[in-house]
Ligand binder design. Structure first.
Ligand code: E4P
Length: 219
């Protein structure tokens, strides 16, 4: 299972990378805005800065919603660095753009997936990844995890190469459930990854080990 971090914050990306378990980064226009990044040149430079930190797979989202605009923007994003994965929204022109980028050998991440039908369409169009949003479905009383399991099952039935990138992951239990149902990738905030570290028995067990060691050494 791959771990991506869902942020445009360079410090958090560095911290996750230094932990040694990071496989990629996802961003979206809201996350870029949160870091105060605006203007075409600044946005491209920020993506380059992210690519300089990690080994591969940096999702950069297009803003255009028409086919020609998505192709133009996505092509420019892909030129920033070989690590870029062009993020395309699940809309009609987006499906066409997925097909276009597939034929050009440019990797894509189809975002804003909220149904298995949308995931099927994106896979048919050759998306490298689909991003179903767990938390946002949970927020409106639908079972986000059920959707992940359904998409994993459908893709296995037909050996689709598209990877299931579970998104809108809000806590460590989401991440663990994704592992159970076989999501290929999880993208989440840093605190969800570091949350996996925590267990009170680890902390108390380590404290006892260190205390016993000190006692035996006469300290
Ligand atoms: C996915 O790529 C999105 O950036 C993200 O996971 C959305 O998460 P949110 O619902 O917490 O905003």
């Amino acid at each position: 299972m791959k771990f991506f971090i869902d942020t445009a914050n360079l410090d958090e990306i560095r911290e996750a990378y230094d932990l040694g378990v990071l496989d990629g980064v996802t961003t979206n226009p809201s996350l870029m805005a949160k870091e105060g990044i605006s203007g075409d040149a600044n946005v491209l430079a920020h993506y380059k800065a992210i690519c300089n930190i990690v080994d591969d797979k940096v999702s950069a989202e297009v803003i255009a919603t028409d086919f020609a605009g998505m192709v133009k923007e996505g092509t420019a994003l892909a030129k920033i660095d070989d690590k870029i994965v062009v993020k395309i929204p699940m809309i009609k022109d987006g499906v066409k753009a997925l097909k276009y980028f597939h034929s050009e050998g440019i990797r894509t991440n189809c975002t804003l997936i909220f149904s298995a039908g949308q995931a099927l369409l994106a896979a048919k169009a050759g998306a490298s990844y689909v991003s179903p949003f767990i938390g946002r479905l949970d927020d409106i009383s639908y079972d986000g995890m059920e959707l992940i399991a359904q998409i994993v099952h459908i893709y296995q039935n037909y050996d689709f190469e598209t990877e299931v990138l579970a998104a809108s992951v809000r806590h460590s239990m989401h991440l663990l459930k994704c592992a159970e149902v076989g999501a290929d990738v999880v993208t989440c905030p840093l605190k969800v990854i570091t949350g996996l570290l925590k267990h009170p028995l680890t902390d108390s067990g380590l404290a006892t080990f260190l205390a016993d060691h000190a006692k035996a050494a006469g300290k």
